[in-house]
Design a protein around this ligand. Structure first.
Ligand code: CMC
Length: 397
């Protein structure tokens, strides 16, 4: 599977390129998984438009598409769903380990640790064995939601509840989290949210996954590394911060002064801006629609009016710089209506993005070369050694 002859780069006589902070515009791999047109606001997974997948597909079907490259036929989908369902449970040892985590810790840290711990149980570093790869995919897709729900109950002082075999993937997660079987509309909307977050080309966490994968380490380390990267507020952590920001703004009338002040003090508006898009993120548009569907059935969240007022105010002020709502702007409002606690929004993002990370893991292994970029050294060229008692204070450094 891993062919050293299929290397992507040319090691010799590389033209020197200048420093590009954040690697903006620098291709570092080839990929057939996800395509973004940031000017038109288009996103496709394996060639299928995101709106069509979100309307027609299920999260597990989309996961299959992303990881194996094509949509499954009905039998392949049934087999995949069954395999995932059979591996949802996590060992009592993992649950006991999670009981030792501080209840005040962030669920993303709990998830990163528990995802890494799976490697203790299943890692055989047999990544050139297709069965090992398939089993790792199934286990990670199946167990990550169980671990997110388990930490939620454990930190409330309860025992995690077991997955229910009669419930589909998304309904089962909401059941394990809230201890209530969700109504069909909520389960379907949650499933659509997972489809929308499943993949997004070479974002920071996916790049992190590919860098980790490129060392040929095990897939649990790949996913743990990506979870840690997703957690930051400039990436997946923004969905949590959006709701904090909307609550701080408080009412639609305050949106303008909040924005004025943010622009004046050069503070970022959370849930706005994207390296790839110069228009509104197509996922934000779909998520806004999903929020409205939930509000129509279960009552409106008053923060929705604040969000709309902020978006309207920002259009004339930030739109000219190509800064519009991204995927994180409306997702929190959907999750809030589904009864998901705020600090679980990013772990929910991770549940979904595992699909994309695994797709990139497989793709990376198919044409691997270890990532090892260069740097421009800015430190001292050469220094003379001094004995300890000859050194002056270094405190100013
Ligand atoms: N609010 C106000 N100004 C912004 C924003 C924002 N959210 N985002 C970018 N800008 C401005 C920024 O101040 C800079 O202006 P100037 O050129 O005058 O200094 C310019 O736009 C370029 O910004 P940048 O930070 O260099 O852009 P980037 O491509 O490096 O960063 C980003 C992209 C998503 C990190 C950034 O837009 C941001 O910090 N957004 C807020 C956090 C957020 O919502 N993150 C979720 C990203 S989407 C989902 C995901 O990846 O998880």
């Amino acid at each position: 599977m891993i062919s050293q002859n299929q290397k992507l780069g040319q090691p010799q006589n590389l033209p020197s390129i200048g420093l590009r902070p954040g690697l903006e515009g620098v291709p570092v791999t080839q990929s057939a998984i996800c395509d973004i047109d940031g000017t038109k606001g288009e996103l496709r997974y394996r060639g299928y438009p995101i709106a069509e997948l979100a309307a027609q597909s299920s999260f597990l079907e989309t996961t299959y598409l992303l990881i194996w490259g094509d949509l499954p036929n009905p039998q392949e989908l049934r087999d995949f769903e069954k395999e995932v369902q059979m591996h949802r449970r996590v060992s009592f040892r993992v649950r006991d380990m999670m009981k030792c985590f501080p209840a005040t810790g962030h669920p993303m840290d709990a998830l990163q640790s528990s995802a890494a711990s799976l490697g203790l149980f299943y890692s055989r570093r047999a990544i050139d064995n297709p069965k090992y790869v398939y089993d790792a995919v199934i286990r990670l897709i199946a167990k990550i939601p169980t671990m997110v729900a388990a930490f939620q109950l454990i930190r409330k002082g309860q025992d995690p509840i077991q997955p229910r075999d009669d419930l589909a993937y998304s309904a089962n997660f909401l059941y394990m989290l809230t201890e209530r079987e969700p109504d069909p509309l909520s389960a379907r909307i949650f499933d659509r949210c997972l489809i929308l977050h499943a993949e997004h080309s070479l974002n920071a966490s996916t790049f992190s996954a590919r860098v980790t994968a490129s060392t040929l380490t095990d897939p649990y380390a790949v996913i743990a590394s990506a979870v840690g990267t997703l957690a930051g507020p400039l990436h997946g952590g923004a969905n949590e911060d959006v709701i904090k920001m909307l609550e701080e703004i408080g009412s639609p009338e305050n949106a303008k002064s909040y924005l004025d002040n943010a622009i004046l003090t050069k503070k970022k508006i959370m849930g706005f801006g994207h390296r790839e898009y110069r228009v509104k993120d197509p996922r934000a548009t779909i998520l806004q629609g999903l929020a409205e569907e939930l509000f129509a059935r279960f009552g409106k969240d008053k923060m929705y009016d604040v969000a709309k007022a902020l978006e309207q105010e920002a259009e004339s002020r930030l739109g000219k710089k190509g800064i519009y709502p991204n995927v994180d702007f409306y997702s929190g409002l959907v999750y809030r209506k589904l009864g998901i606690p705020r600090d679980l929004y990013t772990p929910v993002f991770a549940i979904s993005r595992v699909a994309g990370w695994l797709a990139h893991w497989r793709e990376q292994l198919g044409a691997n070369r270890i990532f090892r970029p260069s740097q421009i050294y800015t430190g001292e060229k050469s220094r003379k050694w001094k004995q300890a008692d000859e050194r002056s204070s270094t405190k100013s450094n």
